[in-house]
Write a new protein. Structure first.
Length: 210
């Protein structure tokens, strides 16, 4: 079947290429299309386990760049000398406690909730996305970029509206490596405006449950 073939294609390719998960190809396509990450950048990866986005970002920033990953689940070591991981909760994360300080050129979020297979998955996904945007003023440099996973649903337009205020360019993007049955989409933001702009936008989407 087509869906099974698609899954197997990226699963097998990840094994061959040495990536920890098939999700690596989503970030690789985002980078190919949007050019979010540059050599020497500092990148913050929220929800980094099992580590495939860390692997991709590590290669992209090169030896002079730094990638910091945060996840509730421990991530295996040895991904790259320029990678640092923290075991922690994004809802209690203090940007000032991040290794090397809070100034990043790129904010990545592949965070996803534990799914129940109903509408609550969407709302929990939105909680995670809005938390990433809450953190943006404290971690992103002006002009910084964003790639953030969301599960589409009722309040996704609210999220996109909020992100569009914070970034000069903002669009949804669905990589080819996304499974056919998935409702996930990635919010891509380029050119973080300023901390003031994001603060003024925060009221647009934080109360997502109504």
């Amino acid at each position: 079947m087509k869906r099974r073939t698609l899954h197997d294609q990226y699963f097998r390719q990840a094994k061959r290429d040495g990536y920890l998960a098939r999700s690596a190809y989503k970030l690789l396509e985002i980078q190919e299309k949007k050019k979010l990450i540059r050599r020497g950048d500092r990148v913050l990866d929220l929800g980094c386990a099992p580590g495939s986005w860390l692997q991709v970002a590590s290669d992209l920033v090169g030896p002079k760049g730094v990638v910091v990953g945060v996840d509730l689940t421990p991530v295996r070591t040895g991904i790259g000398e320029n990678v640092v991981t923290i075991e922690g909760d994004v809802f209690t994360l203090d940007p000032n406690d991040l290794p090397g300080g809070p100034e990043f050129a790129v904010l990545l979020s592949d965070m996803a909730p534990s799914t129940a297979g109903d509408a609550s998955d969407h709302y929990r996904s939105m909680d995670l996305c809005h938390r990433a945007l809450d953190l943006a003023p404290g971690v992103l440099k002006p002009g910084g970029n964003l790639a953030m996973k969301a599960l589409e649903g009722e309040t996704y337009p609210e999220l996109l509206k909020r992100a569009s205020v914070a970034f000069r360019e903002c669009k949804g993007f669905r990589p080819k490596a996304t499974r056919d049955v998935s409702v996930e989409i990635f919010v891509i933001g380029r050119g973080f405006r300023s901390r003031g702009a994001e603060s003024s936008a925060s009221s647009a989407g934080t109360n997502i449950h109504g």
